[in-house]
Design a protein around this ligand. Structure first.
Ligand code: CAA
Length: 378
C-alpha cells in the first residue's frame, strides 16, 4: 500500500525508536512484569501518546493511518508499550476530543499528550465484560456532583493512570440508556486500585481493578448529554479496535520477521531451514495472512480518516488481525523449535502477547456479533 513521504518518515522514526529504546530490556520487563515507565515517557516525547490530537491541544494532528503505522512498529517488539499507547490515543484522548466540552479538552488533552498524565478506560466490570450493557457501577445524581460507587476490572494503566473515563449507571430503569461516562481523577477521595494482575502476556503493562467508593465527581466531568455513556463507550471502542488490530498485526509481523531471519541462519539436515519445504510453506502462509491483516487494518484506518463509518471495517480488521497474530506467532515458535520455547528468542513472548488481542476491546466472538449483525441488516 502506498504511503506518503511523511508516513514513511514516521515509520522510520518509530523503527529506530523501537530498536534503541524498547528492544533493550524488553525480556526483563516481561519476565519481571516491570511497568515501562521510562519507555512510556520517551514515547510521549516522540509524540506517540497523542498522535491524532489537534495541535490546538498539543497533539500531533496526524491521521489514523500514521497512528496504526506506529502501533504496528512498536508492537513488533513491545506490545506492553503499545497497549498503553493504544488506550491513551484511541480511547482516552479520542473520546475526550470527540465528545468532551472545550473545558474538558483544554484541561486534560495537552497533559495526556505530553505524558504528564496518563489515561485509562473503565468499562469492564467483574460481571460485565463482553456483556457491557449490564453496568453495575452507579453514579447517583446529587445536584452539582455525582456519587460514584463500583468496581472496574481489567483496567489497562489502572495503577498509573491519572484520569479514568468511567462508565456508570445513573438510571437503572433506563438500562443502557441510563449509563453516563465521566472523567474521574485518580486523586479523588474514594478511588483505589487492586493488585496488578499476573498475566500470561503483555506482562509489563499494568492491569488491575479500580474501585470507586463514594467518589464525588463534579457535574462538569460528565461527557456528553445525560444517558450518552453507552454510546460514548461503543463509539470510542470502534476506533480503539483499529488500534488493537494494528497491535495484533505488529505482534504477528514481529514474530514473522524473527522466524524468517532464523530460517536463513539455522541449518538442519545439511541446509538452511527455509530450504525445507514445510518451513518455506509456513513462511508463505504467514506472509500471506499478515498481508491480508495489513490491508484490513489500513483500510479501517483510511475509512476513519475519510470520515466514513468504520465500525464494520474496524471489527473485521481486529478479528482477522488477532486470529492471524495467534496463528503466526505459534508458527514462529514452531519454526524456532526448542529455541522458540525460551525467552531469549522473543517469539514465545510474542505468542503470549498475541493472545490478549483475541480478548480485549471486544473478543473475537464480539467482533463476529458486530459483523454478523451488520451483514444481516444489509
Ligand atoms: N455505536 C453506537 N451505538 C451502538 C453501537 C455502536 N457501535 N453498538 C451498539 N450500540 C447501541 C445500540 O444501538 C443500542 O442502543 P439503543 O438500544 O438505544 O438502540 C445499544 O448500544 C445496545 O446495543 P445492543 O442492543 O446491540 O446490545 P447487545 O448487548 O446485544 O450488544 C455489544 C452490545 C456489541 C455486545 C457490546 O456490549 C460490546 O461491544 N461488548 C464488548 C465490550 C468491549 O469491547 N469491551 C472492551 C473493554 S475496553 C478494553 O478492553 C480496553 C483495554 O484495556 C485495552
Amino acid at each position: 500500500m502506498v504511503l506518503t513521504d511523511e508516513q514513511k518518515m514516521i515509520v522510520k522514526a518509530a523503527r529506530d525508536f523501537v530498536q534503541t529504546e524498547l528492544l533493550p530490556g524488553v525480556i526483563e520487563r516481561d519476565k519481571n512484569a516491570l511497568y515501562p515507565r521510562d519507555q512510556i515517557q520517551k514515547m510521549a516525547e516522540m509524540g506517540f501518546l497523542g498522535m491524532m490530537v489537534d495541535p490546538e491541544f498539543g497533539g500531533g494532528g496526524m491521521d489514523t493511518m500514521s497512528y496504526v503505522l506506529v502501533m504496528e512498529e512498536i508492537s513488533k517488539v513491545d506490545a506492553s508499550c503499545s497497549v498503553v499507547m493504544s488506550v491513551n490515543n484511541s480511547l482516552v484522548c479520542w473520546g475526550i476530543e470527540k465528545f468532551g466540552t472545550t473545558e474538558q479538552k483544554q484541561k486534560y488533552l495537552p497533559r495526556l499528550v505530553s505524558g504528564e498524565i496518563l489515561g485509562a478506560f473503565c468499562l469492564s466490570e467483574p460481571e460485565a465484560g463482553s456483556d457491557a450493557t449490564h453496568q453495575r457501577t452507579t453514579a447517583v445524581d446529587k445536584g452539582d456532583y455525582y456519587l460514584v460507587n463500583g468496581i472496574k476490572n481489567w483496567i489497562t494503566n489502572g495503577k498509573y493512570a491519572d484520569v479514568y473515563l468511567v462508565m456508570a449507571q445513573t438510571d437503572t430503569e433506563k438500562r443502557h440508556r441510563g449509563i453516563n461516562a465521566f472523567i474521574v481523577e485518580a486523586e479523588s477521595k474514594g478511588v483505589s486500585t487492586g493488585e496488578k494482575e499476573d498475566k500470561m502476556g503483555i506482562r509489563a503493562s499494568d492491569t488491575c481493578s479500580v474501585l470507586f467508593d463514594n467518589v464525588k465527581v463534579p457535574k462538569e466531568n460528565r461527557i456528553g448529554e445525560d444517558g450518552f455513556g453507552f454510546t460514548f463507550a461503543m463509539k470510542t471502542l470502534e476506533g480503539g479496535r483499529i488500534g488493537i488490530a494494528a497491535q495484533a498485526l505488529g505482534i504477528g509481523a514481529g514474530a514473522y520477521e524473527l522466524a524468517l531471519k532464523y530460517s536463513k541462519e539455522r541449518v538442519t539436515f545439511g541446509k538452511p531451514l527455509y530450504q525445507h519445504q514445510d518451513v518455506a510453506f509456513k513462511l508463505a502462509d504467514m506472509a500471506t495472512e499478515l498481508e491480508a491483516s495489513r490491508l484490513l487494518v489500513y483500510q479501517a484506518a483510511r475509512d476513519k480518516d475519510a470520515g466514513k463509518s468504520y465500525d464494520y471495517s474496524g471489527s473485521m480488521a481486529k478479528l482477522y488481525a488477532a486470529e492471524t497474530a495467534m496463528k503466526v506467532t505459534t508458527e514462529a515458535v514452531q519454526i524456532h523449535g526448542g529455541y522458540g520455547y525460551v525467552r531469549e528468542y522473543h517469539v514465545e513472548r510474542l505468542m503470549r502477547d498475541a493472545k490478549i488481542t483475541q480478548i480485549y476491546e471486544g473478543t473475537s466472538e464480539i467482533q463476529k456479533i458486530v459483523l454478523s449483525r451488520a451483514i444481516l441488516k444489509e
